[in-house]
Structure formats: structure tokens, C-alpha cells
Design a protein around this ligand. Structure first.
Ligand code: ADP
Ligand code: MG
Length: 361
């Protein structure tokens, strides 16, 4: 197993890329720790598969370098990289039994038959297929076939990393959560470096120790699920993670005063030299409603009761505000004020988080 390091790595599918939008991946400098479970999260088309294929060697990056520990593998072929990859759709040998499918990567490497038998049986147990090992793959459902693909990705102990590209796409929603839990258990059992690609935040947040969030070919933040929730480095992360995501308002900031329309609020700290597009971000969890007073006035437009809490949709001077309220608090139209928790309020410049220059004021 190995640490994976990207140095000024970028990729364009065009022969002469010039501007940022010509790149499927813009410059990435990143280190993925050995043995950790990563999720690569972002919307369709943001460059997830491109990055995964550059790691496995199916694709050679047009710029920059990739290292496994201190070995430069930028131009190494897939065999040398020693990576297991599981794709979106099952790749199984229909005429072979489940056992033979699972054993395939080990036989290819000329492992000893005793070891193969033991290892295949252990993996089969982990994916819940120990009772159908001698069944032919052809008669199995798409779910079961994808489980075989997952098992085959997991079977070699000596790989540098296991890459999974949206592997639960074909899995029935009812069994998805179960497989996700099994994958996490497999990671804990075998502690390979795993990189799990998904566009689904729930999948990413439940599987991974660390999430790499991508948007438009840019890695916008790498962090634990909690870090992404508590301190989004970019408005995209604030908005993409959470449901509903972070509230983001266009504002002006002068020192420690933020103006949202004609409302002025005092911030905990002050900011200097801001320019460009300035926004304030606050998660719906950190806004409180009141009948009597608050930071801003609003009008509730809808209340959605989703069981463990309520989502309140409101408007302030044409601006939408989402608020999450605990289940046991009764909310009515006469809640006309909201207050922002300044400990959880962030300022963004052209999308990126800005740290304050002054301390508490
Ligand atoms: P994701 O896996 O996040 O959906 P991809 O890595 O597949 O994203 O694609 C990133 C961008 O690169 C997209 O704009 C896509 O259209 C483009 N792209 C992907 N593969 C190719 C290719 N073989 N040739 C040209 N453009 C491609
Ligand atoms: Mg993809």
C-alpha cells in the first residue's frame, strides 16, 4: 500500500488547452494518506472519473506528476501501479462460477491454490456470497454481479489502493445502504487505501474518513465530514453538503459590519481588503426563529415536517432563507424574526472562504 501524491497534476482532453475551462482537471496538489477511506464527491462531469483513471493508469495526465510514496508513476502502466478498480457497472465472467470470478485476480498473479481458496472464502463471506460460491455468475441479478465485482476488487491484499467508481449505481436502493456498510466494514478489516467516487453526499459522508469535494475540475476542499459541515472552504461545499445546504447571501462587509440588503449585523471579527463577489454563508441549523425580535425580519412561506426536524422556508426582501428547527418546537406564521449564530457565520470572496483579519471586537 502507498501514499498517493499529486504534484501540479492537471488534465485536458484537448490538444492545446489554454483557459481553465479547457481542463477536465485543473491543477491539483494533494496527498492521499495510506490506508484511509476517501470519497471523491462532486456533481456529474466535475472530473471524478478522470482523476480515478489517472490514478489507475488508464489515463495519462496531460500535465504534472503522480507518485506512489516516492515512486514517480506518472507514465507507469496499469500493471505496474498495482491498483484494483471497480467500475460503475459489473464486469464479471458469466460462464465462470462466483468462486472462479473472485479468484481471478489471484490466479493471474500465480498465487498458491491453498491461499486462493482461503482468501476467496473470506471475501465471499464479507459480501454475503459464501453459500453460492459454486453457482455460475450468468444466472445472478445485477446486484449480485456487482457484489462479485466489489469482491474481486477487494480480493488482493497487496494492491496499492482500491478505486471504486460509483459502484452502487446499479444496486437496488434497498440494498444500497447495506453494501455501503459492508464496504466500510471491509475497509476496517483490510485497511487498504480506498477511493470511493460518488455524486451522493450521503454515500460519501457515511463511507469516508475524508471527503475530497470537486466542482468543475477543481478540488475545492478535502476534509472529514464534520469539517465540511462546520467550515466549508467554498460556497459550493456549503451548498452541496447538507440538506438543505448552507444559506448564501450577497452582502457587503466593512470591518466587522455586514450589510444584507438594508439590514446591518455586527460580526465576531473584522475583515480587511475584501473585493470581488462577497457572500455570507450560514447553515440552516444555525438560524433561530422568534416571534418578538431578531437580526432580520422574514416571512415564512412553507414548513416541511420531515420527522426528526422541520425545514422552514422563508423570505426576506425577496431572498430565500432556509431554517432547520427541532421537531418539538411549534412554528407558526407569527414567527417573523430570525437571528444568526455569529459563531457559525462565514464570509466568502469569489466563492472562497476568507479568514478574518481582526480578532474579537
Ligand atoms: P465525472 O466522473 O465527475 O462525471 P468525468 O471525469 O467523466 O466526470 O468528466 C469530466 C469532464 O471531462 C466532462 O466535461 C466530460 O465531458 C469530459 N470528458 C470525460 N471523458 C472525456 C473524453 N474521453 N474525451 C473528452 N472529454 C471527456
Ligand atoms: Mg464518472
Amino acid at each position: 500500500m502507498a501514499k498517493i501524491i499529486f504534484k501540479n497534476l492537471a488534465h485536458s482532453y484537448l490538444p492545446n488547452p489554454k483557459v481553465n475551462k479547457d481542463y477536465a482537471l485543473q491543477k491539483i496538489n494533494l496527498e492521499l494518506e495510506d490506508g484511509a477511506a476517501y470519497a471523491l464527491l462532486g456533481p456529474s462531469g466535475c472530473g471524478k472519473t478522470t482523476l480515478l483513471n489517472i490514478i489507475s493508469g488508464l489515463l495519462i495526465a496531460s500535465e504534472g506528476k503522480i507518485y506512489f510514496d516516492d515512486k514517480d508513476v506518472t507514465f507507469s502502466d496499469t500493471v505496474d501501479r498495482n491498483i484494483a478498480q471497480v467500475f460503475q457497472f459489473p464486469v464479471v465472467y458469466d460462464t465462470m462460477s462466483v468462486r472462479k470470478n473472485l479468484a481471478f485476480p489471484l490466479r493471474n498473479r500465480g498465487e498458491n491454490p491453498k491461499y486462493i481458496k482461503k482468501r476467496v472464502e473470506a471475501i465471499a463471506k464479507s459480501i454475503g456470497m459464501e453459500d453460492i460460491l459454486d453457482k455460475k455468475a450468468s444466472g445472478l441479478s445485477a446486484d449480485a454481479k456487482q457484489k462479485i465485482s466489489l469482491g474481486r476488487g477487494m480480493v488482493r491484499e497487496d494492491v496499492n489502493a482500491i478505486l471504486l467508481d460509483e459502484p452502487l449505481t446499479v444496486i437496488d436502493p434497498h440494498v444500497k445502504w447495506k453494501l455501503r456498510t459492508q464496504l466500510k466494514a471491509l475497509h476496517e478489516e483490510f485497511s487498504h487505501t480506498m477511493i470511493f467516487v460518488t455524486h451522493d453526499q450521503t454515500e460519501a459522508l457515511t463511507f469516508a474518513d475524508k471527503v475530497v469535494v470537486m466542482n468543475d475540475g477543481v478540488v475545492v476542499q478535502v476534509g472529514s465530514p464534520q469539517e465540511l459541515f462546520e467550515k466549508p472552504a467554498h460556497t459550493f461545499v456549503g451548498f452541496f453538503i447538507g440538506s438543505p445546504g448552507m444559506n448564501i447571501f450577497r452582502v457587503d462587509v466593512t470591518h466587522d459590519i455586514v450589510s444584507i440588503g438594508d439590514v446591518k449585523l455586527k460580526l465576531k471579527s473584522s475583515y480587511k481588503n475584501l473585493n470581488g463577489k462577497i457572500e455570507l454563508g450560514i447553515r440552516p441549523e444555525y438560524i433561530k426563529l422568534s416571534k418578538d425580535s431578531g437580526d432580520i425580519e422574514l416571512e415564512i412561506t412553507r414548513i416541511e415536517d420531515i420527522g426528526y426536524h422541520k425545514i422552514v422556508r422563508a423570505k426576506h426582501q425577496g431572498m430565500n432563507i432556509n431554517i432547520i428547527v427541532p421537531e418539538d418546537i411549534k412554528i407558526t406564521q407569527d414567527f417573523k424574526y430570525a437571528s444568526f449564530d455569529t459563531n457559525h457565520l462565514f464570509i466568502y470572496q469569489d466563492g472562497w472562504l476568507v479568514e478574518p483579519t481582526g480578532g474579537k471586537s
